[in-house]
Design a protein around this ligand. Sequence first.
Ligand SMILES: C[S@@+](CC[C@H](N)C(=O)[O-])C[C@H]1O[C@@H](n2cnc3c(N)ncnc32)[C@H](O)[C@@H]1O
Length: 335
Amino acid sequence: MKTKMNRRHAMQHQGALFDVPGIEGARWKSVCAVGEYPVTHPSPRTAVVLADALRWMAEAPENSIHAIVTDPPYGLLEYEDKDHDKLRDGIGGVWRIPPSFDGANRIPVPRFTVLTAKDREHLTTFFQAFAFHALRILVPGGHIVIASNPLVSTTTFHAIETAGFEKRGEIIRVVKTLRGGDRPKNAEKEFPDVTVMPKSCWEPWGLFRKPIAEVTVAENLRRWGAGGFRRISGEEPFRDLIECAPAPKSERALAPHPSIKPQKLMRQLVRAVLPVGTGIIYDPFSGSGSTLAAASAVGHHAVGTERHPSYFAMATGAIPALAKISIGDSDDDGA
Ligand SMILES: C[S@@+](CC[C@H](N)C(=O)[O-])C[C@H]1O[C@@H](n2cnc3c(N)ncnc32)[C@H](O)[C@@H]1O
């Protein structure tokens, strides 16, 4: 039985929603119908599902997804109820308000230096389970493009690799963050020349591929539509270095999620992961829907799961507006 919300939104786009020719249409329909979860369709090619990612993935059809592009909870605990409740105040747990030297109000950011050995074990188990399901639902040659943080990426990436994915490199996103660069706490004057951790200026995105099923990449591209990345143009290959500032104020106003990713970055990634230009993208941890909005903007089908009801509602409302943003016009003033 589908929910009222599902029926209402499906009716809004009746006709257009599953209007995809041939086998791709059937596949999109089956992906949208997974389980008995509330689903909204903010645009004809987009589905947002209120569900736990691992449960949804366990029920999704085999070989139905062409690529996973996601910005997961890096340390897991920051989006668990106990720590997520502390986000409002920025006090305690993993969320901290970075020191302000210019009088400007800072928003809380998760600090992964607080992770214990047990938290890291949990991180490994979680991402092994994620990769186990991803290996089944991705088509052969399908990629995972997954954001992380230099303090936890080795743990996350190792878990995905040992579950059976090929590591295909990392994209380095050059971005100034509010992490690191501080003098020793309560001894700033005593050690004016010391920085405890380097000021963080980059973000790793792990690249993984489900092994191809055909003898060559060309054959795999023909049969499964996956195995490589779409070039930027005839002259320019897709590259593993992308400079991109945090989401600008205009995007954060539309989707006030603490971890929103900018459209400028997400549109480059979602375009690149469908090498032949068609297929279905999945974002397991969709938050405010920035991946889904980017996919909608470049004309791709995308489904996302989000387990927090308020972020699910935020994504449903924000995706059409985020998808309409013109990158050239967007202000690069993110903090
Ligand atoms: C880092 S945020 C993603 C933010 C997103 N990239 C954006 O631009 O808004 C991770 C999201 O995953 C959600 N989440 C955490 N665990 C989840 C799970 N097991 N299943 C589905 N969603 C989950 C959190 O509620 C959070 O919104």
